[in-house]
Design a binder for this molecule. Structure first.
Ligand SMILES: NC(=O)c1ccc[n+]([C@@H]2O[C@H](COP(=O)([O-])OP(=O)(O)OC[C@H]3O[C@@H](n4cnc5c(N)ncnc54)[C@H](OP(=O)(O)O)[C@@H]3O)[C@@H](O)[C@H]2O)c1
Length: 329
């Protein structure tokens, strides 16, 4: 099954189906990793204000761009409005801060990061109460926030706007105002999101899969808090056997599965060898039987890793829809 290398967006822009994830990479490490990624051929870079490393990404990208507008055009840079920015009157301010830190004139794709909101506390993107719970902002009006996102697009400072971590209902609600041009959500072999992907396909919204390799960093953080058992995707016997049959690595099989599943993916790595590996996916193909075998690994919502349980109290927000909070094994 051949897979296109890009999603075609409005105005002829193209979003590469393999992008580079940047979450949990410290600034100095990220700068080197982005250089390796550019060298390996990545042109799609996924960032977020909440990752607190946009400045490092911006430095590495700008060194590569070297002031040449044609090179800037080759890139597809994504960043996201953080939870405290989920208030109509604050969207502009948070967007401008991202532009400034990335040191870019425009963003290719700006996403609402999550449907829930935190209180706006200057200098603190993850404000907490004395008991460790999040300062949740219960007044979030997603439609009002989305209208502000559309205004940013109209201004030309974001070429495209979209959403992340939204449910089908939220996607429909926002689409009634203006179609999001991308939905970034967790998708991997254990959590294949078949219904959500079908709904997004009906709406004509491309999906970008985050945590495509099972997010070891997130799993390590969550395991101690939730007591849940998070299987390593890279060690699943079916994945390992298929990798052996193709003389590929388990990571390459997990990523190729997602490409053939119809979504883009944004694996994160700071290791130059793995960075290259994760974009070397275009010269092999999984057979129909292998796709069926991997498809059968889907655990539905039980396969979800990122249920946001690391944000204590967030489940009380009216837009929260992540169902398997604190589920134990
Ligand atoms: N919208 C959202 O809410 C959201 C949430 C989560 C993530 N994201 C985005 O999605 C990106 C990817 O997700 P993620 O970072 O959670 O997890 P991921 O890409 O599924 O996994 C990253 C982990 O896999 C390791 N790894 C990478 N390539 C490998 C390979 N070829 N073989 C073995 N191990 C490999 C990395 O270690 P090394 O670095 O040591 O290679 C790292 O520990 C993020 O960086 C972020 O940009 C978005």
């Amino acid at each position: 099954m051949s897979v296109p290398k890009y999603f075609e967006l409005e105005g002829g822009d193209r979003m590469p189906r393999i992008g580079f994830g940047t979450w949990q990479a410290p600034g100095d490490v990220l700068e080197k990793a982005v250089e390796a990624a550019l060298e390996a051929g990545y042109r799609h870079f996924d960032s977020a204000r909440a990752y607190e490393n946009e400045d490092a990404l911006g430095r590495a990208l700008n060194r590569w761009i070297g002031g040449d507008p044609a090179k800037r055009k080759e890139l597809f840079v994504v960043t996201k409005l953080p939870p405290p920015g989920n208030k109509a009157e604050l969207v502009e301010q948070y967007f401008e801060a991202s532009l400034r830190d990335l040191a870019l004139d425009y963003i290719d794709l700006y996403l609402i990061h999550v449907p829930f909101g935190f209180e706006h506390v200057p200098g603190d993107l993850h404000p907490t109460n004395p008991d460790g719970s999040m300062k949740v902002d219960y007044s979030t009006d997603l439609v009002a926030v989305w209208k502000e996102m559309l205004k940013i697009k109209e201004s030309g400072r974001a070429r495209h706007v979209g959403v992340s971590n939204m449910s089908e209902e939220q996607l429909n609600r926002l689409s009634a105002i203006g179609k999001p041009e991308c939905l970034q959500v967790e998708v991997h072999v254990l959590f294949q999101q078949k219904e959500l992907i079908a709904a997004a396909n009906r709406l004509g919204i491309p999906i970008v899969a985050y945590s495509p390799l099972g997010s070891k960093g997130l799993v390590d953080m969550l395991a101690t808090k939730t007591g849940r058992d998070y299987p390593s995707l890279l060690e699943l016997p079916a994945v390992v056997n298929i990798a052996k049959a193709h003389s590929r690595t388990p990571a390459q099989v997990l990523l190729r599965f997602l490409l053939q599943h119809g979504v883009a993916c944004i694996p994160k790595s700071t290791d130059p060898t793995r960075i290259k590996q994760n974009i070397s996916l275009w010269d092999f193909e999984l057979s129909k039987n292998e796709m069926q075998e991997l498809s059968a690994l889907d655990r539905g919502v039980d396969g979800r890793i990122c249920d946001f349980s690391f944000f204590k109290g967030v489940e009380t927000h009216p837009e929260f829809h992540f169902k398997n909070m604190n589920k134990t094994k």
